[in-house]
Design a protein around this ligand. Sequence first.
Ligand code: C2E
Ligand code: MG
Ligand code: MG
Length: 873
Amino acid sequence: MDLSTSAAPLPNPQSAVTRRLAVAVGALFVAGVIAATGALLGIATQLDNDDVNDNRFYSARALENRITASKNYITSYAYWTSAYEHLSDVVDTNWAYTEQNMGKTLFTSDGYDGVFVLDRDKTKYAVIRGQLLETDIAGYLQASAPALVAQVQNQTDLTKPVNAYSLFEGWPALVTAAAIIPNDERPMDEPGKISVLVFVDKLTPTKLRKIGSGYGLNNLTLAPDGTIEPGQPRVPLDSTGYSLIADLDRPGQHLLWSLMPTLGTTLVVLMLLTAYFFRHAMRSSRYVDNSFSAMQASNQALETANRALEASEERFRAVAEAASDWIWEVDRDLDLTYLSARFGEVTGYPQAQWLGQDIGQLLSCDTTPLSLWLRTLSEESSAGDLRCTYRDQSGQPRHCRLSARPIFDGQEVAGYRGTASDITDEVAAHAQIQHLSMHDALTGLPNRNKLARYLDDALLLKEHAPPLSVLMIDLDNFKPINDSLGHPAGDAVLQEVAARLRECTRDQDIVARLGGDEFVVVLHGMDTHHEIDKFCTRLIGSLHQPVTFEHQPLHIGASVGIALSRRHGFVPAELIRCADIALYQAKSEGKNTWCYFEAHMSDQIQTRRQMEDDLRRALKNDEFVLHYQPRYKVDGKQIVSVEALVRWLHPTQGMIGPDVFIPLAEQTDLIVPLGRWVLREACETALAWPEDILLSVNLSPAQFALSDVVEDVREVLVQTRFPASRLELEITENVMLNDTDGALTTMNALKQLGVRLNMDDFGTGYSSLGYLRAYPFDGIKIDKRFIASISSGANDRAVVQAIIGLGKAMGLTVTAEGVETEEQLEILGKDQCNEVQGYFMSRPVDKTAFAQLLKVSKTVQPNHSRQRKGRVA
Ligand code: C2E
Ligand code: MG
Ligand code: MG
């Protein structure tokens, strides 16, 4: 499936994430800035608040200390017996001012702006800024002096001073008052009459700054309450309308101001960076958006590629698991250090059994020692293949192709590793192919190739080699068996023949099959005629025994042609050729015989071969003619039938009889077209003859085997319109010898065409009587050999009489052929033979002569002498 085209475009999750991330970072940045600013402001505010609190606290402390100091100081003056003595009632100004007990120094040294001694109703002593003045305190002090005196006098502990704030000369001052009492045990006046000492400490800015600096306060001063800014810490001085204030440090504000430029710059930079990041992120996001489709496509392509890769890996795994290869590794001593799991599966051995063992113990190579081969690899730093063998756990020999590569540790070879592919099947297949190329598949015998090799080797030393006899064997009767019973029967015969040939030979001999029914036996170290004759007798005897196929005995024979190395040469092909020629000779001499090659055979063979060629040509050139020989009633007068007999009008050799070329035509396939020609020619010719004359045509057994005789006959009858009832086919017993059932079927089919069947040459075959019963013959022709001797030997006549009797008993027309004499004719007449044929009545003549004969036979009187006259010689 093409995902890139079929999938709908999807929203890009990544670009959305990028956008969200950018917004989040922006928000985070703003939040961070706000938080940092808040924290900073908080710190600053806190610092400032602390500063305010400190300012107020220390201002108050400074004032309190001033008060405490003033109280202690006034006490040292008022709680003093001398002061009591000189200031109670009337003030001793001299003691007080002049003697400086309570005079100028209180202003110059101690800073008191006013020193007063008061009663409840008047000011008894007044020193203003060190100057003794006759004045009333009320003119200076805003606070009520009598109230202050009363407050002092009303105290339970008169030694304790009191203090108050009040304007003095219009400026706030610290007023401290104490009862002037003796500091001894003497009796005192009643409290209402006790004088009160008052120190006025005007809180001038100079004094305050001095006091404040002692407490770290800047610019401690007094300000009217209405002028003080809100937030400014202050210590109010009661009803004076003034408060004590000091400058605030404002560390928070300082901090803010000091950090402001740095913070501002940092903030600006961060903002710029954030803005840049934001823009970049958004642009990337847009870019990602734009290229998302492409990315999707490429992702899908990647996915497809990944799937392909996975599939490929899967395949590889499957292949690797299914493969017969196992992986091995050895160290530098060639001891096995690793064997893959496949090793166990292929060899049947547990891996552990071989680990640590020398690889040479496991594998061996018949062409080179394994160790040597491996070392060669390390020298050349290359890889290679070696065919090795080993025995698997079950003891079976196996083959493998070993590939190896050196393992390097730096420059040194640390070992070797490689694979071993099991090639046992391959080797077996190769061996089988080798075997098949050298052996015949059907019989398992060596074939022509193997024979050639054997002869090459055996004849290598020529005359120094042991003698060899080459026997070429051809089976007689094999072809009909094979053609009529089918290949299974033929195969069974060939296999049986192969077995018998092997049985007859010794180990040093060779039996080969060249093809078809041709075998060769090479006898090693045997070349005397005596020995070979003995062997051939045995061989032919063995092959003559019938071969049983499906409970049916099949009869074969053999012809043997023999060539001898010491006589006929040491060239294998030439020996075979000589044996072949000798075989040809043997076959032409008759079946079941053997023949040694003779030089002249070459010529004979040559002649026969020439004739074969000529025969082929003759068919094309229409060189055949038919002669006709009549058959008579036994009276020898009335022609009942005429037999067509073929002749060859050879352009150079003249007329050649069928006995010469029919066997040749039968050995080749020429008998088929020749037979068809004879049948057609005879029918066409006989059409012109009287209807009561039958036409006899000979059929060769080879025609039965090589063609569909029934169809051939039918075709000719149809095409020539010759009546089937006038046609008689002559068949010899040989046609039934091998394919008895097939022959029967064919003959029945022929009968169904409406033709007659005559058994020709009766008495020359094997088991004539059996055939007569089983087959649909209409008549028999007693072979001329019997007829030739009926007049001379009583025995033969008895045989002929028996045949005639039997034939007639079976309802067959009995013909005697080869009747050459009157005597023979008479005997046959006496013995009640049905019909006769022979030179005595008529030789075979050409069609014109036969037509003439027909005319004559109609006109002549039926007596022997006249008939003889009419006989055409
Ligand atoms: P056959 O069918 O038995 O034919 C009879 C043979 O005997 C013929 O020889 C004939 O000329 C010869 N003959 C006839 N009367 C006498 C006689 O009184 N004395 C002697 N000694 N011989 C006599 P021919 O024509 O040479 O034929 C020989 C054989 O050739 C035939 O024997 C037949 O088997 C075969 N033949 C001839 N023509 C054909 C043919 O067209 N087709 C086939 N398949 N075979 C044929
Ligand atoms: Mg015949
Ligand atoms: Mg005959």
